[in-house]
Design a protein around this ligand. Structure first.
Ligand code: SAH
Length: 464
């Protein structure tokens, strides 16, 4: 290790920088996050630096750095992007006994600035001693994605709660409490603000003190249309921390892989006899696990609020005083319309879109066919494969043009995605010929924009 990472106290200290161009701006952006007093020496400074100066975020001195200017500073940055000037200013700093960094010059710098992931007061510093800046950036990007933007707030509130948490015995009990706060309760309430976080801490402490463990919880999570990259970050986090995952038939196996290895995975799509699990059984399963204290992820394909029987499960939770929250997902219609390069709504064509099911509890679902039969209307029909002939009949009966385009997208967003281009007149025949076996979404009123757009997802990526 040629460079030793430390966290330097700069609160109330001076940091001096020489330079007014791009390199200076980049460094200043970072330095302005600190509680140091920043002084910039530049004959000519970028507009952004002038703006910071007029906002009193830093002091701009419009002349070259001179002897005496760096005296007593905590750090010095030479950022003139000029070899001779940088050598001159950094030697002034060194003569004054101040640590100097020359931007983009590892060799002559006494210290270097790491890549930083900032969730103040939590900061992660990444350094490669100049060996692989690309690697540092990749690690930073990875961490930025993994650490919630609200982590800093959680940590600040956590810090102010340390005294209260001493009510728990030191050691394992206290560690479990903090672990539950940061990885379970915290992520659930982090977007709800400080008051909610404070309240969650109070409740959590109460639970740990008197119940011995955290109460259970249910997250209704949208798994998206199949492509694991279309999962939200929140969905991924919920999967990472779940004790029990109860998933539907359409949830892709690659997504289940994201659950913890110790998590219990329960297929709610079918019973051992291949029958569909009755809704009451699923409700019971969810509630039973949550009441035992488990963090349950109820994983549904697409978005949980679209044909997901979400309300029945929420009501079961409410009836048993089990807390829950919903994490949205990308619904099949969004993925399907993306694959044909069209919009769900379009100015001058349709100012609204219908989300329909081909099937409901009573069999084929009836809708306002007269409105839908008008030119330019768009409907996204879920579970519509078997209902093709029924839908065709109703639309034509209500005056639709038989030449109205219809697109059926099977396995949207998955490697085996297929698009069937059809019309109302030929829909049942075209579907019979295509012999689709996967989940499929039917768009009435839309046709693929171009040949490229209908290529399967993986092929499209290769082309790009
Ligand atoms: N909650 C889900 C819908 C569940 S209903 C969502 O928001 O997407 C199940 C129906 O969704 C299927 O019959 C099919 O019509 C549609 N569907 C789900 N995944 C799909 C996919 N990858 N491609 C096309 N249609 C899909």
């Amino acid at each position: 290790m040629k460079h030793f990472p430390v966290y330097l106290s700069v609160e109330g200290q001076r940091i001096v920088l020489s330079g007014g161009g791009e390199a200076a701006v980049a460094k200043l952006r970072l330095l302005l996050k600190t509680e140091a007093t920043i002084e910039v020496f530049a004959v000519k400074a970028d507009a952004e630096i002038h703006a910071w100066a007029s906002d009193h975020k830093l002091t701009l001195i419009a002349r070259p750095l001179q002897v005496g200017d760096v005296d007593g500073a905590a750090l010095f940055y030479a950022a003139d992007e000029d070899e001779i000037e940088d050598a001159r200013t950094s030697s002034l700093a060194r003569d004054a006994g101040v640590l100097a960094n020359i931007v983009d010059n590892l060799q002559d710098s006494q210290f270097i600035t790491p890549a930083i992931v900032d969730r103040d007061p939590v900061t992660v510093a990444i350094g490669t001693e100049g060996a692989a800046p690309v690697l540092a950036r990749a690690i930073k990007a990875d961490l930025e994605e993994r650490l919630s933007p609200n982590l800093g707030m959680l940590a600040r509130i956590g810090k102010s709660f340390r005294k209260a948490a001493e009510a728990l015995p030191w050691g394992r009990a206290r560690r479990n409490f903090w672990s539950d706060y940061y990885f379970k309760a915290g992520p659930r309430i982090e977007t709800k603000g400080e008051a909610a976080a404070q309240q969650a801490l109070d409740e959590l402490l109460f639970a740990h003190l008197y119940a011995g463990k955290d109460a259970g919880h249910v997250a209704f999570v949208g798994a998206g249309p199949g492509d694991p990259e279309l999962l939200t970050l929140k969905a991924r986090k919920a999967l990472h921390s779940a004790d029990v995952v109860i998933y539907d038939r359409l949830v892709a196996p690659e997504i289940l892989e994201l659950a913890r290895r110790e998590a219990q995975l329960i297929d709610a799509g079918k019973t051992p006899y291949g029958q569909q699990t009755p809704q009451e059984t699923i409700n019971e399963l969810i509630v039973t696990h949550a009441r035992k204290g488990a963090h349950v992820v109820r994983l549904k394909s697409g978005d949980p609020t679209v044909f997901g029987r979400l309300d029945e499960e929420i009501e079961a939770c409410d009836a048993n005083a089990v807390p829950w929250h919903v994490i949205p997902g990308i619904t099949a219609a969004s993925a399907a319309v993306a694959s044909i390069g069209q919009s769900l709504t379009k100015r001058g064509r349709n100012s609204g879109v219908r989300i329909l099911t081909g099937h409901d509890v009573a069999g084929f679902a009836d809708h306002e066919w007269r409105d839908l039969a008008k030119p330019g209307q768009v409907a996204a029909i879920y579970m519509g494969k078997k209902a093709a002939r029924f839908i065709q009949g109703r639309l034509i009966m209500h005056g639709a043009d038989p030449a109205t385009p219809v697109s059926v997208i099977e396995n949207a967003s998955r490697p085996n995605q297929r698009v069937v281009t059809s019309t109302i007149a030929t829909l049942p025949t075209d579907l019979a010929n295509a012999d689709l076996s996967g989940p499929a979404l039917t768009f009435v009123g839309l046709t693929p924009r171009s040949a490229v757009a209908v290529l399967p997802y993986t092929k499209k990526q290769e082309l790009a």
